[in-house]
Design a protein around this ligand. Structure first.
Ligand code: MN
Length: 156
């Protein structure tokens, strides 16, 4: 697997090491779809076992969740066959990956250690409005096109 995908999967895993307080079911749905899409991108497929490993839940819980995600049309799941994301599912996964990328970049600009940044972002990425992300994106672009400001900040 590519290094960045392993990092993403490991940070999702870390975020699920213990059941977080306030971890809503919509966050879990997003993380499941994200894990599946990372795995599919890397290996061409996602297995229940791989998902259970990165979501830190038992294989039967994964099966149950996959059935629910299938019902909600995020993916198509046939036991012993395979898992494929629908366009609804892959749009959601792409959106969350984009949010993650933006937040991670911002935290790194702030000088936060890559690993900590990845883990923090894992928790908050589900709770930000698209408009907030858009402004953050704009701010990052602004900072990058004004290196003097960035240097002054780094020297604080
Ligand atoms: Mn997450």
């Amino acid at each position: 697997m590519k290094k960045k995908n392993i990092e993403r999967l490991e940070s999702i895993k870390a975020a699920h090491r213990s059941e977080r307080i306030g971890s809503s079911s919509s966050s879990r749905v997003e993380d499941y779809l994200e894990v599946i899409s990372e795995l599919v991108e890397q290996k061409g497929y996602a297995t229940t076992l791989d998902i259970s490993r990165y979501m830190n839940v038992s294989a039967p819980s994964v099966t149950k969740m996959l059935q629910k995600l299938d019902e909600d049309r995020y993916l198509e799941y046939e036991k012993y066959q395979g898992i494929s994301l629908t366009s609804k599912g892959s749009n959601l996964a792409d959106g969350i990956r984009q949010k993650h990328k933006t937040l991670l970049e911002f935290f790194e600009i702030l000088g936060i250690d890559h690993e900590i940044a990845n883990q923090d972002v894992e928790g908050i990425e589900h709770h930000l409005n698209p408009k907030t992300i858009k402004q953050l994106r704009k701010f990052i672009t602004f900072l990058k096109s004004n290196p003097t400001i960035l240097t002054n900040f780094k020297n604080l």
